[in-house]
Design a protein around this ligand. Structure first.
Ligand SMILES: *Cc1c(COP(=O)(O)O)cnc(C)c1O
Length: 497
């Protein structure tokens, strides 16, 4: 019996080529109704290319089985900090798939896509309302793409005024890793600002660095510590007084939606990730959307194109595209990832004003609930309330029991929960960055908390168990460094030796 069960497990893990049986076939072709053509020259044929020979039902089973080895937010709790999938209602996928939205072509005459253009124009207005900044471009196709656009705008602004010595961009050490990369790509010198003992931007360091060479500050708000910088008004004032511009990374707007408008805090340019906060499921590299939103003085530099409402006179209104007078240019061939934009539009309208208000309330309460329940089992680097995510640390578990953040994360997989982001932000030792999101029920959070407590106890009582975790998955602990550096992406027949 047991042998047969083991056999089933082994079969389930077989790769496609290992399931191949010579001569087995999964399709039947209709009789030939065209003249027989000769095969290409033999030198063009690859005889070493092995193809699986497998029946149709076995092929279907193979893909269904490997899909179950996968993990997604549709399977269970997925508290990955910073880049979490927040609320992605399925109905928005359906909306974005409507033929009038999904089956149009960017080169179609504008007169035939008026509805889609109107959607873009209205979405711009909604994002402007949410951020309190007047200029919006939907062109960027990722958060980092929006950052690059915003930094190029800041550069163009200073150059336009003959301020070409303004080359330095200050970035707090609690910023997202893309921030310094984007500033450097836009040609700036990046200067890192330390965080103070409460996790805010260090004001003394900021004052010292805010000189005539200052181009601007790039700040992630809330920071990757999951904290709202309570000195933010002072921060933006210092930068502006020194002649710099303020860039806000608003990738995770679900923390402050409907609560605070970044424009009223002194920000000049902001991006937001529609594929985090506004309903596009993401992962595996796309699709994404990182619209960039700007204050009056930067709006003329926005990337093109911008959806526009054009009044033709005598009561005729149509929608088209505009190019801002001093645009930093185009970021792609067309106008962004339209499907993500359509989803964001549907999401914002469906949620409404009260809905987005509730989003931030629930996101912040859920994260603080986890903070309050786990603070005795894990280290809490900054003892204060958090925003949409909480950064804990496994520092003490590591020192006392040799159990690392990685071990804790791997053990979570055994309990059927996706690990949080770990070892990020870099300024926290053994970081565990947990974002429950606004959608999880109290029962789910309580279950997660109970599991995290159980793992902390296991770490003390049987640390070995954690070192080799996960134990219940098709693959156990992987050599991740080797998998990344020497990936084996292709099946090869095991050599006969
Ligand atoms: C995800 C994220 C980014 C980068 O967004 P991409 O779409 O992955 O380029 C930037 N900043 C913060 C705070 C993020 O969470």
């Amino acid at each position: 019996m047991t042998n047969l069960m083991d056999r089933f497990e082994l079969d389930r893990r077989k790769l496609l080529m290992e399931r191949s049986v010579p001569g087995r076939i999964g399709v039947s072709l209709p009789p030939l109704d065209v003249p027989v053509a000769p095969m290409p020259d033999d030198s063009l044929l690859r005889h070493d290319l092995e193809m699986p020979e497998i029946s149709e039902s076995e092929l279907v089973r193979y893909f269904a089985q490997i899909s179950q080895f996968n993990f997604s937010i549709d399977h269970n709790f997925y508290p990955l900090g910073s880049c979490t999938m927040k609320y992605n209602p399925k109905v928005n996928d359906e909306f974005a798939s409507l033929p009038g939205l999904a089956q149009i072509h960017p080169l179609q005459p504008e007169s035939t896509i008026q509805g889609a253009l109107k959607l873009l124009w209205r979405l711009q207005a909604l994002l402007s309302g949410i951020t309190g900044l007047p200029g919006v471009s939907l062109a960027p196709m990722a958060g980092a793409d929006g950052e690059l656009a915003g930094m190029l705008m800041i550069r163009a602004y200073h150059l336009d005024r003959g301020d070409d010595q303004r080359k330095s961009v200050l970035i707090p050490d609690s910023a997202h890793g893309t921030n310094p990369a984007s500033a450097a790509m836009a040609g700036f010198d990046v200067v890192t600002l330390p965080s103070d003992s409460s996790g805010n931007t260090d004001l003394e360091a900021l004052k010292a660095a805010a000189d005539d060479n200052l181009a601007g500050l790039m700040i992630t708000l809330p920071s990757t510590l999951g904290l709202f910088d309570t000195n933010i008004l002072e921060v933006t004032r210092i930068v502006r007084e020194a002649g710099g511009l303020v860039y806000g990374d608003g990738a995770n707007l679900n923390a402050i939606l409907g609560r605070v408008k970044l424009g009223s805090l002194g920000f000049d340019v902001v991006h937001s990730n529609l594929h985090k906060t506004f309903s596009t499921p993401h992962g595996g590299g796309g699709p994404g959307s990182g619209p960039v939103v700007a204050a009056e003085r930067l709006a003329e530099y926005l990337p093109a194109p911008i959806a526009a409402r054009i009044d033709d006179g005598d009561g005729h209104v149509r929608y088209g595209f505009d190019t801002p007078p001093k645009t930093v240019g185009k970021l792609g061939a067309f106008h962004g990832n339209f499907g993500s934009l359509a989803r964001a539009y549907a999401y914002i309208l469906a949620m409404g004003k009260e809905g987005v208000h509730q989003t931030s309330e629930d996101a912040v309460i859920n994260a603080n609930y986890i903070l309050s329940q786990l603070r005795d089992d894990y280290d809490l680097p900054y003892d204060r309330g958090c925003m949409h995510e909480v950064v804990l640390s496994a520092r003490t578990l590591k020192r006392r029991h040799g159990v690392s953040a990685l071990d804790v994360c791997k053990r979570l997989i055994d309990y059927g929960i996706h690990p949080p982001t770990m070892y990020f932000p870099l300024i926290i030792e053994e970081a565990l960055m947990i974002e429950p999101t606004e959608t999880e029920s109290k029962e789910t959070l309580d279950h997660f908390i109970a599991v995290m407590k159980a793992i902390a106890t296991e770490a003390k009582d049987e640390p070995e168990l954690l070192h080799d975790a996960p134990h219940n998955t098709p693959n156990t602990r992987l050599d991740e460094a080797r998998a990344a550096r020497r990936p084996e992406l292709r099946w090869r027949r095991a050599s006969s030796s």
